[in-house]
Design a protein around this ligand. Sequence first.
Ligand code: SF4
Length: 429
Amino acid sequence: MTAQAQDLVGATRKESRRLFDSWWQEMTAAAGDGRPTAYVFVMGSFNELLRVFDFVINFPEITALQTAVRGQSMAYLQAAEDYGFSPDICGYVKVDVGLQLKGGEHPHGRVPRPALALATNMCNTYVKWAEFWEHHYGCPVFVLDLPAWRGAGAAPDPADPAFERDRRYVEGQLRELIALCERITGRPFDIDRLRESMAETNRMAAVYHEVLALNRHRPAPFNAAREGITYQGIANLYRGAPEGTQFFALARDELRERIRLGLGTVPDEKFRLLLAGTACYTHFKRFVELFESWGGVFVLSTYMIFAGGGFVPGFGYDLTRPLESLAEQMLQAAWWGFTGSMFYPQEWLANAVRDWGVDGICLHGVKSCRTTSTGLPDVREWLRTQRDVPGLFIQSDLVDARLWSDAQIKNRVDAFFEALAARKAGAGR
Ligand code: SF4
């Protein structure tokens, strides 16, 4: 390996650590100096707009996930349950509630209190979660109502007059949000800054798609469950910022280099897999290892789509009409990015099987998240009967270690690979 190649391989991991640290430093500083902080969600984050007002942006889904990866989510869950939250409630919510009850103290730093909480209606839990912050802090809550295009095959059509009515409805809400941000921060809205931020998102989205496409290569240069979660994190935290675009350009260059050198993410790739849903973050290393020990690689995941920015293929804001275009893209993403790949993933998965050369699908049901998990066994059945794609259904949780059953999950994963191996052998592959 040349010195230049050596520098590149591993560069993305180093840079991602730097970017996550820098976000935490900003949040921790804001907890001390009171700089206005907005709490947002990964499905419809308003980043481009919030950057115009210099908000610090907190993503509670990401902070919750990080506690699980660090093996510390249970103390927060317990605090929320002691406070009165049911064990059945979304684990991300309970970790965040525990975190707020502990004054924002997090293994990576300190979460500042919110000056504003923003939610879309993409998950019903978002709305109830934001109500907790409203009660706890008395902060204003703004809920953006995205008209439901909920149904398989119900993708919005910009040529449809109904779409234009919805677009105007969303734009009207965005204008209300701008007035609220002006009141909170005391800063006037600057449409040119919004344009700059949207232009940056355009660039970032294009490179994000390039990164995803590089995993069509055999062997796959990254694991969509492991590196994928980092990519999603950066795509959310740095959406609309030059650092985000630069990060994905670096990731793309590193992945190209890995391909040139023949370096797969596992030494001997035998099975190419799709992940429908998320991994289990309390047992993250183990989750990935159970598949990699069989030479199995997640080449793509639905999580990288619906929680990675919801970038519709060919995504691009029209900078000549920023607010109109922002409303338009939110509507498009609400169906394609957030709804299609999450609530009706069967066609999306079938296309990904074809385009990424996939052997089988793992559908991971999250016990405390009905939003992403409902219907997964039906999706598995549809793919098996309609597309002859084998699927494995397992269940645990995102952040609740009590719901991980190692022996049971390992048994199912092993049996799945044995069946995949027999199928490959039968097909002479
Ligand atoms: S999508 Fe699931 S994990 Fe995310 S907030 Fe909603 S219920 Fe919680």
